[in-house]
Design a protein around this ligand. Sequence first.
Ligand code: GTP
Ligand code: MG
Length: 431
Amino acid sequence: MFESLSDRLGAVVGKLRNRGRLSEADVDEILGEIRTALLEADVNVTVVRNVLARIREKAVGVEVSKALDPAQQVVKIVHAELIGLLGGEALKITYASQPPTVVLMAGLQGSGKTTSAAKLASWFKKQGRQPMLVGADLQRPAAVEQLRVLGSQIGVPVFSAPGDPVETARLGLEEARRLGRNVLIVDTAGRLAIDAEMMDQVRRISETVQPRYTFLVVDAMTGQDAVTVAEAFNAMLAIDGVILSKLDGDARGGAALSVKEVIGKPIAFAATGEKLDAFEQFHPDRMAGRILGMGDMLSLIEQAEQVFEKEEAEKTAKKLVSGKFTLDDFLDQLQQLKKMGPLQNVLGMLPGVGAQLKGAEIGDDQVKRTEAIIRSMTPEERENPSIINGSRRTRIAKGSGTQVQDVNRLVKQFGEMQKMMKQFGGRLPSR
Ligand SMILES: Nc1nc2c(ncn2[C@@H]2O[C@H](COP(=O)(O)OP(=O)(O)OP(=O)(O)O)[C@@H](O)[C@H]2O)c(=O)[nH]1
Ligand SMILES: [Mg+2]
């Protein structure tokens, strides 16, 4: 996600890292590069201008600091600006004192409303709520059925009634009250911003169900239109936040990022795949860090925690940090990692790993090979890989149906990983 932006800004930051004093010409050059990076990522022109003006203003006024050299200060300013561009603080979801807390989904045709509605329901479920979905898209014949299928996959009830969408939404609200469901997510028909009748329909649904949150689903692949669309919806509906969908695509994504600056509403959630668990709350600070290539240990730990038992996570973290992490633990982690989603996503969050991963495919095959190699080792070897000499390597390779080079590579990579994990040790947040 945001690959081109990440690549380019990462390069700018990378250059700065090894520099001491910055001349005015240096600052100009850096700003020029940031400008190119933002424009190439399809960030709205006005937004780019505003962002650069703010960076320049702060960069010129930079005070001599003992802690940071000028280059580091510029990185810090750019980081802060990027967080601002992404919305500042993460949107904190609160609940209505009179349940259900109603959430209305709006957005263009095919933007990902229905999928996101289900993902959001699943997210609320993980927060310990009892969500219900309402299919108020009676426009497209298969829309309600699509929602029902998704609902059954996540174990969330789906309500719908034929006839009028506004009436369906009203009945859905009644049903949620009757069943004691405390979150109600209303999926609506896809519409074009220019379609006055459809826009009026979603407005009437909104008046009827009085949502606590109205989320505009924006497809990250939409180009500059995203901004115009967001303005039109916001004028009609008073949007509370944006759900950015399809961030897994290779789109530049910058237009979607501009939405926050233009309508002043935060990005609340990000969807990163068709699967129902490819959905997370949007944390501007973490995303900014990721884009700049600073890595994101926090997101990684949070995701890990959802999968691991918390104690397991703590135990693993301790082992990782103390260097007592063995190949057996590694094997366990591989299994857990598989549950966390594509390895690339997970590893990309580690500082410095994102860039190295470019081009390096980490597929299921490689995971399987790694598992086979570890399983062919004796317990002593797993505990203490340094005893794996030449003849042991040959035996392990034979046992796992791999080449000696594969075994060598794994042992070497594991050693490097141990080293890296020890370095992270000091940075793991304590809880
Ligand atoms: N890759 C990817 N695909 C997504 C994501 N979210 C939705 N999709 C896909 O995009 C397509 C449209 O998604 P829907 O959720 O049906 O979109 P919608 O806004 O409800 O569409 P309408 O109801 O027709 O307006 C589907 O094929 C989804 O599987 C995402 O985050 N990543
Ligand atoms: Mg839909």
